[in-house]
Ligand binder design. Structure first.
Ligand SMILES: NC(=O)c1ccc[n+]([C@@H]2O[C@H](COP(=O)([O-])OP(=O)(O)OC[C@H]3O[C@@H](n4cnc5c(N)ncnc54)[C@H](OP(=O)(O)O)[C@@H]3O)[C@@H](O)[C@H]2O)c1
Length: 253
């Protein structure tokens, strides 16, 4: 398969690039930089012959056009798009700048929308395609430090499910993955003091992506929250209150 992945310089995106390249798929990466850790990983990816990269920003229209053109030149087509790049800023509302808010909305919502807009017409021409957008549990809950991160991630869930409806009869699937905090090789390296054993592991997220893109069946319009039981119970509990509040509003009238 020919797989286009944004944000491959670190974290999950890097692990996806290595995983799919090593499994014999062709991968095209789009991020501002190539992976630096572990040493030699970028060279190994490029030397495999199955990987190419465009260095640019998902927030720049000209970079999106150039990256997609280069991907089609390298792979011939895009069978799978994984919108993984993200800007994670958890500052409090009284600390965050206007520019940081813009970057959060642009990187986490506008960019994946514009990249889908550029790639799904190519998929329609090919008669097939699979799109996976990386959202987050943060798109379904709210917290004080989440005013820059939660809203675009919530929007990405809605956008993905809306686009899935548009592409439903065109053999193109759109799904969104919304995991809680998960551990990656890079997270373990940069934050060794955290108890990573308690976190979801990136392998689980990769397994879900494998399940969607390797399945013979067209799975579409789904949001995969990858909830751990505790988070799911909290979310379920919270939703009960929302339902009660919803019913209560009719009593007020
Ligand atoms: N990690 C978690 O606990 C967690 C939990 C839930 C959801 N998620 C979601 O899962 C995905 C992967 O998360 P992660 O933690 O692995 O991410 P990460 O380590 O923060 O890496 C983000 C990637 O996005 C790229 N990126 C950021 N801004 C970009 C821009 N303007 N243009 C191009 N690339 C850009 C970065 O590359 P450059 O800086 O080189 O451009 C980097 O490769 C994200 O969508 C995140 O929101 C993560």
């Amino acid at each position: 398969m020919n797989i286009f992945i944004t944000g491959i310089s670190r974290g999950l995106g890097k692990e996806l690039a290595v995983h799919y390249t090593e499994s014999g798929h062709k991968v095209f990466g789009f991020s501002r930089s190539l992976p630096e850790h572990p040493e030699g990983v970028a060279k190994k990816l490029l030397d495999s012959g199955n990987f190419a990269h465009y260095a640019g920003s998902v927030n720049n229209d000209a970079d999106i056009d150039a990256a997609v053109d280069a991907a089609v030149k390298f792979m011939g087509s895009v069978d799978v798009l994984i919108n993984n790049a993200a800007y994670k800023n958890f500052k409090m509302p009284d600390e965050i700048t206007a520019e940081e808010y813009r970057e959060a909305v642009n990187t986490n919502l506008t960019a994946p929308i514009l990249i889908c807009r550029k790639i799904f017409p190519l998929m329609i021409k090919n008669g097939k395609g699979k799109i996976i957008n990386l959202s987050s549990n943060a798109g379904m809950v709210s917290y004080a430090g989440g005013t820059a991160y939660c809203p675009p991630k919530a929007g990405l869930i809605n956008y993905s499910q809306s686009l899935a409806k548009f592409l439903k009869n065109k053999n193109i699937s759109v799904n969104v993955i919304s995991p809680p905090t998960f551990s990656t090789d890079d997270y373990r390296r940069t934050s060794p003091d955290i108890n990573h054993g308690r976190l979801l592991q990136s392998e689980k997220v990769i397994k879900i992506i494998d399940h969607i893109i390797l399945s013979e069946k067209l799975i579409t319009g789904k949001n995969y929250p990858v909830f751990r039981l505790k988070t799911w119970l909290k979310y379920y509990y919270y939703r009960q209150f929302e339902l009660l509040e919803y019913l209560f509003q009719f009593r007020l009238k």
